[in-house]
Design a protein around this ligand. Structure first.
Ligand code: NAP
Ligand code: F7E
Length: 339
C-alpha cells in the first residue's frame, strides 16, 4: 500500500486529494494545524471514528514548526508528499505579509529540508500558483516570466524556485503544479466565486439583500477543483519530475461570474451588487489564462467541467446548504454580507 502525506488536508484541495488517494488504495496521512475551533468540516466524512481501522490518519503539524514536520516525515516514511498548506488568500497576504512568507515560502523549505535531512525517499508535489505570473500577459505557460504582485505570490515564487533548486541540487523527484484558480462547493467563503454563490443563495432565501464586491473587471481561468487534484497525482506518477501549468484555457471576468450566478436563479445582479473599495487590492492581477498544452500532452490531463457547469454546481450546492440552515434556524439574517 502506498503512503502519502497531504499538508493542508483540511482545505478545499486537501480534502478532494485525500478522497482521490483513498479511492486508489493509499494510506493517507493528513497534516492539519491546531485551531481553537473545529477546522475539519471538509474531511470529517473520511474518519468518522478514529478508534476503528482507517486509511486516513490525521496528525497535528504546522508549517511553521520544522522539527515536528521532520519527525512525522521520518516516522511515516511516505512514498509521496503533497504540500498544499498555505495562507492562501491574496488580499489577506497584504495584511499579514510576514506570516504569509513564513508559511507559504519558508514552510515549503522546511518540508524540503526535512526530506533531505531524514533521507526519506519520496516524491514531492508543490502547490504553485498562477498568481506568480502576476502582470505577465496571457496566455501563461511554463516559460512565461514570473512577475508576482502580492506577498502571497512572492512567497509562492520562492517556494516554486526552492522546489526547482532541490530537484537540481539533490536529485529530488519534486514537481511544481502551477495551478490556475479552481473552485467548488468546498471553496473558502471569502474567495470571490464562493462569496458570490453563497450570497446568491442567501438573497434567494430572503436573508441577505446586498453583496459587496471589489474589482469586477479582473479575469480568471476558473476550473473545477476535483479535476485539479487529479493533475497533482499525475505529476507524481511520471518517471521524471517537472513543472506543469494546469487550467482550462478559458478566462472570464468577475462580472461574468456574477451575471451567470444571479441569472441562474432568475435575479438581476445589478439590483444587489454594490462596489466597496475595501475589496480592492494594493496591486491587482488583471488577466490569467492558462496555456496547459504541456499538461495535456505529457500527463494526458483534461478539465471535465465548463465555466457554466461550475457556476451551476456551486450555486445549487449553496442553495441547498443555505436552505437547510434557514429551515434549521442556523443561518442568521445579515451574517456573511461582509466577508
Ligand atoms: P485552502 O482551502 O485555503 O487550504 C489551505 C490549507 O492550508 C488548509 O488546510 C489550512 O488549514 C492549511 N494551513 C494554513 N496555514 C497553515 C499552517 N500554518 N500550517 C499548516 N497548515 C496550514 O487552499 P486550497 O484552495 O485548498 O489550495 C491548496 C493549495 O494550493 C494552497 O497552497 C494554495 O495556495 C494553492 N493554490 C490554490 C489555488 C486555488 O485556486 N484553489 C490555485 C493555485 C494554488 P485551515 O483549514 O485550518 O485553515
Ligand atoms: O479573487 C476579485 C479579486 O480571492 C479573484 C487563491 O486560491 O487563486 C486565488 O487567488 C479576483 C481578484 O482569488 C472580490 O480582486 C472582486 O481579481 O477569488 P479571489 P485570487 O486572488 O485569484 C490563486 C490562483 C491562488 O493561488 C490563491 O491561493 O476577484 N474580487 N471582488 C474579489 N475577490 C475577493 N476575494 N473578494 C471580493 O469581494
Amino acid at each position: 500500500m502506498k503512503k502519502a502525506i497531504i499538508t493542508g488536508c483540511t482545505g478545499q484541495d486537501g480534502s478532494y486529494l485525500a478522497e482521490f488517494l483513498l479511492q486508489r488504495g493509499y494510506e493517507v496521512h493528513g497534516f492539519k494545524r491546531r485551531s481553537s475551533s473545529l477546522n475539519t468540516e471538509r474531511i470529517d466524512h473520511l474518519y468518522r471514528d478514529l478508534h476503528e481501522p482507517t486509511q486516513f490518519i490525521p496528525h497535528f503539524a504546522d508549517l511553521g514548526d520544522g522539527s515536528s514536520l521532520a519527525t512525522l516525515l521520518y516516522e511515516i516514511r511516505p512514498d509521496e508528499v503533497y504540500n498544499l498548506a498555505a495562507q492562501s488568500h491574496v488580499k489577506v497576504s497584504f495584511e499579514i505579509p510576514e506570516y504569509t512568507a513564513d508559511i507559504v515560502g519558508t514552510g515549503t523549505l522546511r518540508i524540503l529540508e526535512a526530506i533531505r535531512r531524514t533521507g526519506v525517499q519520496c516524491r514531492f508535489y508543490q502547490a504553485s500558483s498562477s498568481e506568480m505570473f502576476g502582470s505577465s500577459p496571457p496566455p501563461q505557460n511554463e516559460t512565461t516570466a514570473l512577475h508576482p504582485r502580492s506577498p502571497y505570490a512572492c512567497s509562492k515564487t520562492f517556494a516554486h524556485n526552492i522546489t526547482v533548486n532541490y530537484r537540481e541540487s539533490y536529485g529530488f523527484h519534486a514537481s511544481n503544479g502551477i495551478l490556475f484558480n479552481h473552485e467548488s462547493p468546498r471553496r473558502g467563503e471569502t474567495f470571490v466565486t464562493r462569496k458570490i454563490t453563497r450570497a446568491v443563495a442567501r438573497i434567494k432565501h430572503g436573508i441577505q439583500s446586498t453583496l459587496y464586491l471589489g474589482n469586477l473587471e479582473a479575469r480568471r481561468d476558473w476550473g473545477y477543483a476535483p479535476d485539479y487534484v487529479r493533475a497533482m497525482w499525475l505529476m507524481l506518477q511520471q518517471d521524471a519530475p517537472g513543472d506543469y501549468v494546469v487550467g482550462t484555457g478559458e478566462a472570464h471576468t468577475v462580472r461574468e461570474f456574477v451575471e451567470a450566478a444571479f441569472s441562474y436563479v432568475g435575479l438581476d445582479w445589478k439590483d444587489h451588487v454594490v462596489i466597496d473599495p475595501h475589496y480592492f487590492r494594493p496591486a491587482e492581477v488583471d488577466f490569467l489564462q492558462a496555456d496547459a498544452t504541456k499538461a495535456r500532452r505529457v500527463l494526458g490531463w483534461e478539465p471535465t467541467t465548463s465555466f457554466r457547469q461550475l457556476v451551476r454546481i456551486m450555486v445549487e450546492a449553496d442553495l441547498q446548504d443555505i436552505g437547510q440552515r434557514v429551515r434549521g434556524g442556523f443561518e442568521q439574517i445579515g451574517a456573511g454580507a461582509h466577508v
